[in-house]
Design a protein around this ligand. Structure first.
Ligand code: PLP
Length: 488
């Protein structure tokens, strides 16, 4: 493809992307293709001779697009939102137009990342110790929240071993809760570390309490074990629980070598709005967290991938991860005058992700960012009101930011034991998940089967919530009628 062919194909691509977004609402939110459909549709080998790009572009429309489930669909209420903005798409396009592995210290990609991560820290009200400009702490864009947590665990382990020489790896313990995202367990598997999931209770809205942590620490210390990090969550994946970071922080005062990593992959972006800073525990994050993570690529308007990670002391990352060989040394890097991001994560090369973040933060401004977060939370508040007004729909946990966890509990039903209600809700959910015009996800919390409703797609409006509510009621009526027949 030469430059003029690229120009033509590029214009066509943008046209087709625009058409796609105009037609988004009419498309199924859950892709209707069967697994394996592509293998059947595609030849077994790459073509011997190059093909005309127009055929390739047409095949993309015909074969690939129908197999994608658009998380940007206004009736997408599953998992958590995935940001998709045009500013961000353009950022990715420009960044791939000058492909570099981006690890050298001087390029604009590094400098821009250092600047926009400071913008992000200030947007969220993070303490100045998290700023790159502090030259002690700083922010870095990782691929995902799982990578951010893994890097935090690596840094915490290195710090712990340095302060407690002779401790055996098998005696180290990584704390999570039973509600922590699987990233905790994954970090344990990757690093060969024992992961202990602390119990959390419905009475506490599944938040980790200081007393639970305190008991675990004492118990493990007695057994000769060495807990070295706790991964606390602001907004768990299942139910949006917020661990009591204030209590955790107080406990950790007497265990200063315990690293606190705050995983706020989803809910961290609410910190942009002053009114959510108290429930999202900003003061405690600033006071106690060693590292903090929120995903711009989830609810933060930046297309996948862009996981924001900030640390109060960057040398714990670089002490653990700097292996700078001679051929990568530079005078600026050695002098410490510039950030050498390759020592802040696992890979050497890195994508130019700060460009899309820069585009988004400039185009939306702080006000635009806040407005989007607020509007999605308001839509969820509206959904919560509908649930509360219904005799059969019940909230399982308190609504959290833009997430509602609910289930059916028929008022008239005599048999309300967990098993019977789970059966009802499983059949209710299987009816919803058979539809292609809405997408919700299920979860099970302490044995209770429930359904999650997460708002966040940029095109969702009140009409889509009304439509969802109507549809949920219709399916609930059928599921309830079937269930009454079975349970009698
Ligand atoms: C989504 C989510 C994650 C995982 O994020 P990745 O970036 O895909 O690793 C981790 N923690 C929480 C609380 C999440 O909601």
């Amino acid at each position: 493809m030469d430059i003029e062919q690229f120009r033509k194909a590029g214009y066509q691509a943008i046209d087709r992307i625009c058409d796609y977004y105009y037609s988004l609402e009419q498309r199924p939110v859950v892709s209707q293709v069967q697994p394996g459909y592509l293998r059947e549709a595609l030849p077994e080998n790459a073509p011997e001779k190059g093909e005309d790009f127009q055929f390739i572009a047409d095949d993309y429309q015909k074969l690939i697009v129908p197999g994608m489930s658009p998380w940007q669909h206004p009736s997408f209420f599953a998992f958590f939102p995935t940001a998709g903005t045009f500013e961000s798409m353009l950022g990715d396009l420009y960044s791939s137009s000058i492909p570099t592995p981006g690890f050298n210290v001087i390029p604009a990609s590094t400098e821009l990342e250092a600047v926009v991560m400071d913008w992000g820290a200030k947007l969220f009200g993070l303490d100045s110790r998290f700023l790159n400009s502090s030259e002690i702490g700083g922010g870095v864009i990782q691929t995902s929240a799982s990578d951010s947590a893994l890097v935090a665990v690596v840094a915490a382990r290195a710090r712990y071993i340095r302060d407690h020489p002779g401790v055996k790896q098998e005696d180290l313990i990584l704390y999570t809760t039973t509600q922590t995202h699987s990233l905790g367990l994954k970090a344990g598997i990757v690093l060969g570390l024992t992961c202990r999931a602390l119990e959390v209770l419905l009475d506490d809205q599944f938040a980790l309490r200081g007393s639970t942590l305190q008991d675990a620490l004492e118990e493990d210390k007695k057994r000769g074990k060495h807990p070295f990090i706790i991964i606390a969550t602001i907004g768990t994946t299942s139910s949006g629980a917020v661990d009591r970071l204030n209590e955790i922080g107080e406990v950790v005062k007497t265990y200063p070598s315990l690293w606190i990593h705050v995983d706020a992959a989803w809910a961290g972006v609410t910190l942009a709005c002053p009114e959510f800073r108290e429930i999202a525990m900003l003061d405690s994050i600033n006071k106690y967290a060693d590292s903090f993570c929120t995903n711009f690529h989830k609810w933060g308007l930046v297309n996948f991938d862009a996981s924001g990670m900030w640390v109060k002391d960057r040398k714990h990352l670089t002490n653990a991860l700097d292996i700078t060989p001679e051929f990568l040394r530079s005078k600026h890097g050695d002098a410490g005058t510039v950030i050498d991001y390759r020592n802040w994560h696992l890979g050497l090369g890195r994508r130019f992700r700060s460009l899309k973040l820069w585009f988004v933060l400039r185009s939306y401004g702080v006000e635009g960012f806040q407005k989007y977060i607020r509007s999605t939370i308001q839509l969820n508040d509206y959904f919560v009101k509908l649930v509360r007004s219904s005799p059969t729909f019940h909230l399982v946990t308190q609504p959290s930011f833009a997430l509602t966890v609910f289930r059916l509990v028929p008022a008239s039903s005599a048999s309300t034991d967990t098993t019977a209600l789970n059966t009802l809700n499983e059949s209710f959910y299987s009816r919803i998940s058979a539809r292609q015009d809405i997408w919700l996800t299920q979860t099970k919390i302490n044995g209770v089967f429930c359904i999650r409703f997460a708002v966040g797609a940029a095109r969702t409006t009140k009409e889509h919530i009304d439509k969802a509510w109507k549809l949920l009621n219709e399916e609930a009526e059928i599921a309830l009628a079937d269930w009454v027949v079975i349970s009698n």
